[in-house]
Design a protein around this ligand. Structure first.
Ligand code: CS2
Length: 493
């Protein structure tokens, strides 16, 4: 089948396509981590800027590890389709914002040079939680990470996102340019501050003057990003090909909803973000906390319980009345721990989230969300648990979600099927999870990169986790969700 590309794009039926002149677009953005989420989220905003005639905002994408995305996109001249799916409805939009994709390990100097170009004003990142090389519980740089160790020793060929940023800022300073704005778009609490801390700590090791310059002139806005973007599957590519007549191996599928809240703090030029639906604000944290603890917290609970129970997709989990009741119970516990922004009505936010989870056209795999739990648990579940326990409030559904994560570390589901636990700490968690429930819970709670010491030392919480883990092992996740006595009645308010 013919591949999507400049030559075929003009002829596509049923596809909304851009009208700006791609040859006149400049590269104002470098994006690190050009996966599906970037293509369905930030790139769509840059695309709107281009469509509105501001041609400064083309994107140079970069992959920090594998050539996969470059090999999907560049044979298509960087073009790809965004498929927005909602029940029976489907819309296809062709996106032209990505001009090129570099694979950092192939030529890190080329990427650093592009980041140091006077045209580059913003560097955005979606490198996942683990890409920041920060301890998930404390946010401190993990200096014994092998890639970071290379960047700590030399910035000649950076391997990490913080390394690339420091090297590029060093080059900009040497060239007499201003810093770019470095904007994390990952689901981390205080993502801007975390990125800034990682960059400053690394810069300090190399050059205290550079560090002071970044501290004074750099900008690392906090952001909250939200759009559900399930991994593209071969059947999605085949279905789109049947519809539009060309093959698009870089397509992404997503939901209608999209939200980007950005702290209004930039080092230099930026697109007119507010005109393209971005919420600019001084306080991102309240948005971020609500999104992490409600959307992502529920997602992780669904991922582990659903994954163990053999439920493949999020929409199937919330189609079960017990599944929906579990999500509601988790939200009942998490909601009072939030300080939501005045514009956010939690009741309608919850209703909207449940409807988004129920979108049966997305096929969002529980297995996809289960990935990297060690990096996700603190901000999604543990923060809310800690805040409740400190106030003497009980936890049930939140604890069940953590117990399900513990059971997941065994690498075997309730039907006895084994799977690889996809997580940078998998070796450590697997060793602990293989033990009898009480020791397993103690061993996992002792991993201080995940669990804050105060929570690990809470005996009553450990006892509750032990009972829940035992229940999950004996009865299975499905029975635990359905026969909700173990977690609903435990210490219920
Ligand atoms: C999900 C998120 O995979 C996951 O961990 O919880 O990717 C989620 O879909 C997005 O944060 C939604 O904005």
């Amino acid at each position: 089948m013919i591949r999507l590309g400049e030559a075929t794009a003009a002829t596509l039926p049923a596809v909304a396509r851009f009208r700006y002149d791609r040859t006149a677009v400049r590269t104002g953005i470098v994006h690190l981590g050009t996966g599906a989420f970037h293509r369905a989220h930030q790139a769509m905003v840059y695309e709107q800027a281009l469509a509105a005639g501001d041609l400064r905002w083309g994107v140079l994408g970069a992959s920090l590890r594998s050539p996969t995305v470059r090999d999907q996109l560049m044979p298509q001249d960087g073009l790809y389709c965004v498929l927005v799916r909602d029940g029976e409805r489907e819309q296809v939009q062709l996106v032209g914002a990505i001009q090129d994709v570099l694979v950092a390990p192939e030529d890190p100097a080329k990427l650093v040079a592009a980041m140091a170009s006077p045209d580059t004003h913003i560097v955005t990142l979606t490198v996942t939680e683990k890409g920041y090389k920060l301890d998930p519980a404390t946010g401190v740089l993990i200096t014994d990470d092998p890639d970071l160790a290379v960047d700590l020793a030399s910035l000649a060929a950076p391997r990490t996102a913080p390394g690339l940023i420091v090297a590029a800022l060093q080059a900009r300073r040497a060239a007499g340019l201003k810093p770019f704005t470095a904007m994390s778009c990952d689901n981390l609490p205080h993502n801007g501050t975390r990125l800034r801390n990682a960059v400053l700590a690394l810069a300090l090791r190399h050059d205290p003057d550079l560090c002071a310059w970044i501290e004074g002139e750099g900008a690392f806005p906090e952001t909250m990003v939200d759009r559900i973007v399930p991994a593209t599957e071969p059947s999605d590519i085949a279905a789109l090909a049947a519809k539009i007549g060309v093959e698009d191996r870089a397509m992404v599928k997503t939901e209608p909803f999209t939200q980007w809240v950005v702290q209004d703090r930039f080092a230099g030029e930026r697109p007119d973000l507010a005109a393209f639906g971005v919420q600019l604000t001084t306080a991102v944290a309240p948005w971020e906390e609500a999104k992490l603890r409600l959307l992502n917290g529920a997602h992780s609970g669904i991922a582990y319980l659903g994954g163990l129970a053999g439920i493949d997709f999020v929409h199937q989990f919330v189609a079960l009345s017990a599944g929906r009741a579990f999500v509601d119970a988790l939200w009942d516990e998490a909601a009072p721990t939030l300080s939501p922004p005045p514009e956010l009505d939690i009741a309608s936010y919850r209703a909207e989230l449940m409807a988004r989870f129920a979108n049966s056209a997305l096929h969002h795999r529980t297995r996809q969300i289960a990935m990297d739990g060690s990096q996700k648990l603190p901000q999604r579940l543990l923060g809310g648990i800690q805040s409740r326990l400190e106030r003497g409030q009980p936890v049930g559904a939140l604890a069940l979600a953590v117990a399900a994560w513990m059971r997941w570390q065994e690498g075997r589901d309730d039907a006895g099927q084994s799977f690889a636990v996809d997580d940078p700490l998998a070796a450590r968690t697997a060793a602990a999870a293989a033990l009898p429930a009480e020791q397993a819970v103690r061993g996992l709670l002792a991993i201080d990169a995940i669990f804050p010491p105060a929570l690990a030392a809470n005996d009553s919480f450990a006892g509750q986790l032990t009972r829940l883990l035992d229940g999950l092992r004996q009865k299975g996740a499905r029975a635990m969700i359905e026969g909700n006595a173990e977690w609903r009645m435990i210490d219920r308010e």
